[in-house]
Design a protein around this ligand. Structure first.
Ligand code: GUN
Length: 284
């Protein structure tokens, strides 16, 4: 029987800390502000953006949402970002991904100034993370690290296997585990003997985007299993990348979906927005 790592409880603790600091800043006349841009009508993105907005309001931050139609041009989107880059009320800018295919995601990410890049996707911030001297951490990997810390799960010397090599999760996740002295392997669609590699893992992070991808035969007895996936099944239910029913009895710790990593991503975004506001205002 695994211990369930409860993202709702842990994210509430993180958000409580952030709310306290927001109140302190407010007393100095500073209100942290986040701008969230959503282009098009992807239903999953809509849900994520609504949750981000709700969290901002809950913590006393300013939240501004920009909903743009799917046919928005690159010029229009870049022009909005440039405006927000110099807007003194806005400390953090997040453009929800994925973008419609005619828009160049890399160009969009590169246009957000690093100081307001609360996703930590800009090459400047990615480079700083690689070196280990960073201002922001990407929200999902940082949220996962917070969960491991909360549960006192030691990473030093552990075999860590990350399935997925995206810029948003897989690559930065591997870097953060490495910073904490894990022995890290990153698997992807071309990995041979995936099952054997996963079976080595003391800490297994699944970020593949495929429902029930990780099955019990891929998991070592006593492993810590972190499920980043949020997949919608045909019946409308949410489901992770891990087959929870099969894997849970073998794991020592496991994150559920929903209520696992998802809430941690948002809590980290709030933390990053607070950090951005403090830095931009020279506050401690
Ligand atoms: N799409 C899925 N996850 C994320 C995220 O963390 N940030 C942004 N901007 N888009 C996403």
């Amino acid at each position: 029987m695994a211990k369930i790592i409860d993202g709702k409880v842990i994210s509430a603790a993180v958000k409580e800390e952030v709310a306290k600091e927001v109140a302190e800043l407010k007393a100095q006349g500073i209100i942290p502000g986040l701008a969230v841009i959503i282009v098009g009508d992807d239903p999953a993105s809509r849900v994520y953006v609504n949750n981000k907005k709700k969290a901002c309001e809950q913590l006393g931050m300013l939240s501004r949402e920009y909903t743009m139609p799917a046919e928005t041009t690159e010029e229009e989107l870049l022009s909005l970002i440039k405006e927000l880059n110099t807007d003194p009320e806005i400390n953090g800018i997040l453009c929800q991904l994925p973008l419609p295919s005619h828009l160049n995601e890399e160009l969009v990410i590169n246009t957000i100034i690093p100081e307001k890049d609360v996703d930590a996707f800009h090459p400047h911030n990615v480079g700083k993370i690689m070196i280990g001297n960073y201002d922001f951490l990407p929200c999902t990997p940082a949220g996962i690290m917070e969960m491991l810390k909360y549960e006192n799960i030691d990473i030093t010397g552990k075999e860590c296997v990350v399935i997925g090599r995206s810029n948003i999760v897989g690559k930065p996740m591997s870097m953060l585990l490495l910073h904490k002295n894990g022995t890290v392997t990153v698997c992807h669609s071309r990995t041979k003997n995936l099952k054997e590699v996963c079976l080595r893992a003391d800490i297994l992070v699944a970020a593949v985007g495929r429902a029930n991808f990780v099955t019990a035969d891929m998991v070592k007895e006593g492993a810590v299993v972190i499920d980043v996936g949020i997949n919608r099944l045909e019946n409308g239910k949410l489901c992770g990348d891990v087959n929870f029913a099969e894997v849970e009895p073998k794991a020592s710790y496991i994150t559920p979906v929903p209520g696992g990593v998802g809430p941690m991503t948002i809590a980290t975004l709030m933390k990053n927005t607070l950090t951005a506001a403090k830095k931009q205002n020279g506050a401690k």
